[in-house]
Design a binder for this molecule. Structure first.
Ligand code: AMP
Length: 523
């Protein structure tokens, strides 16, 4: 299969070509046709599998044909790093379409607030946002999402883990009910399924088998008490030839002490947490990619936004919450046939998570004890510790920090600074796109099929819904509209020209980046 098989709008196809993509990845093969057919989608796909293009290309195809004058798509994601990466991809894929995008993220009001406010007031085809920050803007009334065609949730599991569930529902309650919703998640726990019922309508489900870790990754597990992890890390690093390493920890408070300890050993190390400013984080990532320093210490929350591979070593200082995350993390090493090492520290309360990992990768891993000179080692007895660790019902149940913090605050996973208090959001009027003057029957059919049927069970009513419910729609589950054949090419182009005029935004000037213009946060 090639990207031509999707029969994307020529401007989108040019963007795909420009990005150097030739063969769709498995998630793209499955998700793109379903999304083009106007279906809601729940897709289980890890970071690094090509999920961004899987949802962006159908959105850009819609924009290329329809040229809407309103915001077409809202993409919600958990972290600013991911928001920025998505924004960059919109710029790449959407270059020939002239699609504009805004990335909305950040903590305090001072941080790009005015820039974002201006960009949101001006509007854009695609808004990419972290939920808390978007709500903070929405409550001031200038965010216009009343004619939205697509809602996309990227890394939905991560957003729920970070406590964004209520924020997302609050946002969804102010979107048109007739929209297409695409949910992507690296894992598919029950809470995602339950959550998806509230916002998706008869979704098509795509689940790709998690690929097994490459054979050439040397996976090592060490049984170690929390309080001895740092000593073990220093010991191991002393023995290893580290060229490029990422160390993941679930606790923000661990990052500084790990950095300092490794620096004392003469290692070139830097840390990244949500506490750093955006500029600082971007600088750290740039320097790491450019091999300016050897070891990056990152929190779980940061981990998914880090797009780096080709590492000699990955260290899981704590077990990741989901087994799939383990596979993804260690997959950053041993790329392109090189060998790599993944070292995982297993404390007494994280043993359940190891069982899940081994089940997923269909392989039992050797558990090495803590070297005697460092201290005693917990025994591997997962039954004894069931439900008490990273994968247990209470989340990360760590008892003590390796740096003495201990207790509740020491074991609390990182959560980004939440947004301002959330009063009711000003509701914009009018949910349904008006009939478009001069629209052809074919265009109307496609536009209508893109929009979905009645609001799903369980979703709360918002002010917008009352207006939206007065329009009749083709029921969801109807046969997918066929993608226009190439003989229709001239008609497509005519529609495109008409659309440009309707949009009022006009064609994109040669050589300029509309995305960059509208991106509130671009430097
Ligand atoms: P994603 O999962 O969307 O973050 O993509 C992970 C990486 O794979 C990114 O660097 C993409 O640019 C790249 N990628 C995604 N799909 C393809 C494809 N079909 N061909 C080549 N590279 C791709």
């Amino acid at each position: 299969m090639t990207f031509d098989d999707f029969q994307l709008h020529p401007d989108v196809a040019d963007g795909v070509h420009g990005m150097g993509y030739t063969k769709p990845s498995p998630i793209q093969e499955q998700a793109i046709p379903a999304a083009l057919a106007g279906k809601d989608l729940i897709a289980c796909a890890q970071t690094g599998t090509g999920k961004t293009a899987a949802y962006l290309l159908p959105v850009l195809d819609f924009i290329a044909y329809e040229r809407p004058a309103h915001t077409t798509a809202l993409i919600l994601c958990p972290t600013r790093e991911l928001a920025k990466q998505i924004d960059e991809q919109v710029e790449g894929f959407g270059y020939h379409v002239g699609a504009s995008s805004i990335a909305i993220y950040g903590g305090g009001k001072s941080e790009n607030w005015e820039q974002q406010k201006r960009a949101l007031t001006q509007g854009a085809d695609i808004i990419i946002a972290t939920p808390g920050r978007l709500i903070a803007h929405m409550q001031l009334g200038y965010v216009k999402l009343d004619q939205l065609d697509f809602l996309i949730l990227d890394e939905a599991d991560k957003m729920l883990d970070m406590g964004f569930s209520d924020d997302i529902i609050q946002i969804v309650n102010h979107l048109p009910t007739k929209r297409q919703t695409l949910l992507f998640s690296a894992t598919m726990p029950n809470k995602i399924r339950e959550f998806s019922k509230k916002i998706l309508h008869e979704p098509e489900e795509i689940r790709l088998a998690v690929s097994k870790p490459a054979e050439n990754i040397n996976q090592q597990m060490y049984m170690v008490y929390d309080t001895m992890k740092l000593a073990l890390l220093e010991h191991l690093i002393g023995e290893l030839d580290v060229q490029s390493m990422i160390l993941f920890t679930s606790r923000k408070m661990n990052v500084g002490p790990i950095e300092r300890a490794l620096r004392k050993k003469g290692l070139n190390v830097r840390g990244i947490t949500s506490d750093r400013t955006q500029e600082e984080r971007e600088q750290v990532m740039r320097d790491f990619k450019n091999k300016q320093f050897q070891i990056l210490v990152a929190t779980d929350v940061m981990s998914r936004g880090i797009d780096v591979s080709e590492l000699s070593h990955v260290v899981n200082f704590d077990l990741p919450r989901d087994a799939e995350d383990y596979v993804h993390r260690i997959g950053r090493t041993a790329r392109a046939g090189t060998s790599g090492m993944a070292i995982t520290f297993v404390s007494d309360h994280d043993q359940d998570a190891v069982v899940k990992i081994e089940k997923l990768i269909e392989r039992e891993l050797e558990k090495k004890p803590t070297p005697e000179e460092i201290g005693p080692s917990p025994e591997f007895d997962p039954k004894k510790y069931r439900g008490r660790g990273a994968s247990g019902p209470g989340g990360r149940g760590g008892k003590s920090s390796p740096f003495g913090g201990g207790g509740r605050s020491g074991s609390r996973p990182e959560r980004p600074a939440s947004s301002a208090p959330k009063p009711a959001i000003a509701v914009a009027e009018g949910a349904e796109a008006p009939a478009v003057a001069g629209e052809t029957d074919e265009q109307k059919k496609r536009r209508k099929k893109r929009r979905r049927g009645p609001k799903p069970e369980g979703a709360t009513s918002g002010g917008i819904e009352a207006t939206a419910s007065t329009t009749t729609e083709s029921p969801a589950g109807e046969a997918a509209p066929s993608v226009d054949g190439s003989t229709d090419e001239a008609a497509k182009r005519r529609r495109k020209r008409g659309g440009r005029n309707r949009s009022g935004r006009g064609p994109k000037p040669e050589g300029s980046s509309v995305a960059a213009e509208a991106t509130a946060t671009s430097e």
